[in-house]
Design a protein around this ligand. Structure first.
Ligand SMILES: [Zn+2]
Length: 116
C-alpha cells in the first residue's frame, strides 16, 4: 500500500458514483504504469482451457490488489490479494462445516430409520 497504488481497501462500493470515480482512478494508474495486471490461473479446465482472474500489482510497493466489480450479485470490492485469499479460505471452511453438519444429520436420520 503506497501513494502510487491505494492506501485503503474498499470492502464494498457504496454507490455508482464511488465505483465510477474509483474506476477512473484505477484506469489512470494503469495508464501511468503505476499498476499492472497479472493473470492468476485458478484451475486448468478440459482441453487446456484456464479458469483465470486478474490481480493488479503496484509497480512501486509490489502490493497485489483484487478487484471485484459491482454487479447484480455483489457490491464489489477492491482489497489486498492476501485479504481476498483469507476470505476465500474462510468461505471454503464454512462450506466444509455446513457439509459436515448435513452429513451428520443424514447419518442420524438413517440410524433412526434402522433402529426405530
Ligand atoms: Zn503501492
Amino acid at each position: 500500500m503506497c501513494n502510487n497504488c491505494f492506501l485503503n481497501e474498499i470492502d464494498k462500493f457504496e454507490n455508482a458514483n464511488q465505483w465510477e470515480s474509483f474506476d477512473v482512478e484505477l484506469s489512470n494508474k494503469l495508464g501511468q504504469g503505476k499498476l499492472h495486471q497479472i493473470k492468476v490461473v485458478t484451475r486448468i479446465l478440459k482441453y487446456g482451457e484456464e479458469e483465470i482472474f486478474y490481480v493488479y500489482e503496484c509497480s512501486t510497493c509490489q502490493q497485489k490488489w483484487k478487484l471485484e466489480e459491482p454487479g447484480d450479485h455483489s457490491d464489489g470490492h477492491f482489497i489486498k490479494y492476501s485479504t481476498f485469499q483469507q476470505l476465500a479460505r474462510r468461505q471454503l471452511k464454512n462450506r466444509q462445516v455446513i457439509a459436515l453438519i448435513i452429513l451428520a444429520v443424514i447419518i442420524y436420520v438413517i440410524i433412526r430409520a434402522i433402529f426405530w
